[in-house]
Write a protein that binds this ligand. Structure first.
Ligand SMILES: *Cc1c(COP(=O)(O)O)cnc(C)c1O
Length: 427
C-alpha cells in the first residue's frame, strides 16, 4: 500500500485477503492460537519467530488494523491499545523509568495532563509543561540531562491550538530525544506528523478514527526514524539487554521495529492494555470512511466557525480555519486540507449564559465525547476538566468560559438553525 493514496489505504490498507479468504477483516475472537509442536511455541516466546500465541500480545484482527494506521501515518509499525490514555502512557513509559523527565506542551487533553502531571509523578517520572507558543530559547531551558521525550498534540483538545510540529521536532532532536505527537484531532487524513519530523504518533482512536462513538481505543505508531543506538545512554530500555527477555537488546535485534516490539513484548505483556479484537473490527469500519467523513466534518465546521465568528453574542472563537485566527498560518502549513470539526469558543456574558446556551440546544447534545458523527458540545471547566483548578485551567490554555463544539456530519442547515435558536434563548 506504500504507493497508494490516503483514501485507498483507509478503505483497503492492512488486510489483503488471499484467494477465497474473507473480504472484510475477520474478528479473530480467540484468546490463543494452536501449534503442532512445542519447539515452535518456544521460538515464538523467544521472539525468534513471529506468530500469534496469546491475544494480550498480538491478535491478527488488531494487527491488520494497526498496519492500516501505520500505513496511513507513514510509519513502520503500530500497536493498538485499549484506549487513547493507554497509548499516551505506553508511548512515554516505553522510553522512561523512575528518575526520568519529560517535556510536554501544556495545551493537551485533560486526561493526558493528569497522567503526566500526577500519575507519572507517582511513578518517579517528572513532567515540565511548557507553553508551546513560547520561543525556542524558553522551551530549550526546560531540558535536563534526564529528559527523554517531548510531547504535544497536532490540534489541542479542547483549546484547538495548532502545534508547530517541525519546530518541536528540531528542538527535540537537538537534545537527542524523540518527539511524540498525539494526532487524534487532525487524523492522518489531514496531517501526518512523521512527515514533519515527529518520531512517534499516538491516537485516541475513540474519536474520528472510530467516528461513530462505538468503541474506546488507542494506537501508537513508530516512524522508525529515531536512532536509539546513537543515544544509547539515554535509552537503556531499548539499547541494553532486557533480562526479562533472555538478554535481548531491542534496538540491535529489531532495528526500526525496536520501539513497537518493546512496547508489545514488554509493556503489553506486563501491563495488558490490549484493544479487544471486536473493538478493532469496529475501528476498522470507521477507518474505511475516515477520509470521506473528515472532509465533511471540516466543511461543516468551517461554516459553523464563520457563523459564530460573525455573531455579536460570541465573545471569542478559536478555529484555525478562520483566516484571522492566530493559528491560521500553522494550519496552512500542517493542515492545508482542513483542520478538524472541533471549535473552541466563548460567549459574551458569564458562565450562566454558557450553560443556558448548552441547555437550550436540541439537535446538538451534551456528551463527554468529541469528534464523532453526531454534533455535540461540552463545557470543559464544568465537565472533563473539573479536576483542574482555575490556575491549572489557565496553564492548560483553557478559558473557564470555553465551550467545545464538535461539529458532526448532520446537514449544515440544521446544525446552524439549532445553534441560532440556542443563542437566542441564552442571550
Ligand atoms: C480523548 C483523547 C485522549 C484519550 O483517549 P481515550 O480513548 O479517551 O482514552 C487522548 N488524547 C486526545 C487528544 C483525546 O482527544
Amino acid at each position: 500500500m506504500k504507493d497508494k493514496k490516503t483514501g485507498t489505504i483507509c478503505v483497503q490498507g492492512g488486510w489483503q485477503p488471499k484467494n477465497g479468504e474473507p473480504r472484510q477483516v475477520p474478528v479473530f475472537q480467540s484468546t490463543t492460537f494452536k501449534y503442532d509442536d512445542s519447539d515452535q511455541m518456544a521460538r515464538l516466546f523467544d521472539l525468534e519467530q513471529s506468530g500469534y500465541f496469546y491475544t494480550r500480545l498480538a491478535n491478527p484482527t488488531n494487527d491488520a488494523v494497526a498496519t492500516k494506521i501505520a500505513q496511513l501515518e507513514g510509519g513502520v509499525a503500530a500497536m493498538l491499545t485499549s484506549s487513547g490514555q493507554a497509548a499516551s502512557f505506553f508511548a512515554v513509559f516505553n522510553l522512561c523509568e523512575a528518575g526520568d523527565h519529560i517535556i510536554s506542551a501544556n495545551t493537551i487533553y485533560g486526561g493526558t495532563y493528569n497522567l503526566f502531571g500526577v500519575t507519572l509523578k507517582k511513578m518517579g517520572i517528572e513532567c515540565t509543561f511548557i507553553d508551546p507558543d513560547k520561543d525556542d530559547a524558553e522551551i530549550e531551558a526546560a531540558f535536563r540531562p534526564n529528559t527523554k521525550c517531548v510531547f504535544g498534540e497536532t490540534i489541542s483538545n479542547p483549546g484547538c491550538n495548532v502545534f508547530d510540529i517541525e519546530r518541536f521536532a528540531n528542538i527535540a532532536h537537538r537534545h537527542g530525544v524523540p518527539l511524540i505527537v498525539d494526532n487524534t484531532f487532525a487524523t492522518p487524513v489531514n496531517c501526518r506528523p512523521i512527515e514533519w519530523g515527529a518520531d512517534i504518533v499516538t491516537h485516541s482512536t475513540t474519536k474520528y478514527m472510530d467516528g461513530h462513538g462505538t468503541a474506546v481505543g488507542g494506537c501508537i505508531v513508530d516512524s522508525g526514524n529515531f536512532d536509539w543506538m546513537a543515544h544509547a545512554d539515554k535509552f537503556p530500555g531499548l539499547c541494553t539487554p532486557d533480562e526479562s527477555y533472555h538478554g535481548l537488546t531491542y534496538a540491535t535485534a529489531f532495528g526500526k521495529l525496536a520501539f513497537i516490539t518493546k512496547a508489545t513484548a514488554q509493556l503489553m505483556r506486563d501491563l495488558g492494555s490490549i484493544q479487544s479484537p471486536q473493538n478493532a473490527f469496529l475501528l476498522n469500519m470507521g477507518l474505511e470512511s475516515l477520509h470521506v467523513r473528515m472532509q465533511r466534518h471540516c466543511a461543516n465546521a468551517q461554516q459553523v466557525a464563520e457563523f459564530l465568528h460573525s455573531d455579536p453574542r460570541v465573545g471569542w472563537i478559536n478555529y484555525a480555519g478562520l483566516p484571522d485566527n492566530k493559528y491560521y498560518p500553522l494550519a496552512q502549513k500542517y493542515l492545508p486540507n482542513g483542520t478538524c470539526g472541533v471549535i473552541a469558543f466563548g460567549l459574551k456574558g458569564s458562565r450562566e449564559e454558557a450553560i443556558r446556551f448548552m441547555d437550550s440546544l436540541k439537535l446538538v447534545s451534551i456528551v463527554t465525547h468529541v469528534a464523532d458523527a453526531k454534533t455535540c458540545v461540552l463545557h470543559p471547566a464544568s465537565h472533563t476538566h473539573r479536576q483542574l483548578s482555575d490556575q491549572q485551567l489557565r496553564e492548560a490554555g483553557i478559558a473557564p468560559d470555553l465551550i467545545r463544539l464538535s461539529v458532526g456530519l448532520e446537514d449544515i442547515s440544521d446544525i446552524l438553525a439549532d445553534l441560532r435558536q440556542a443563542l437566542d434563548a441564552a442571550l
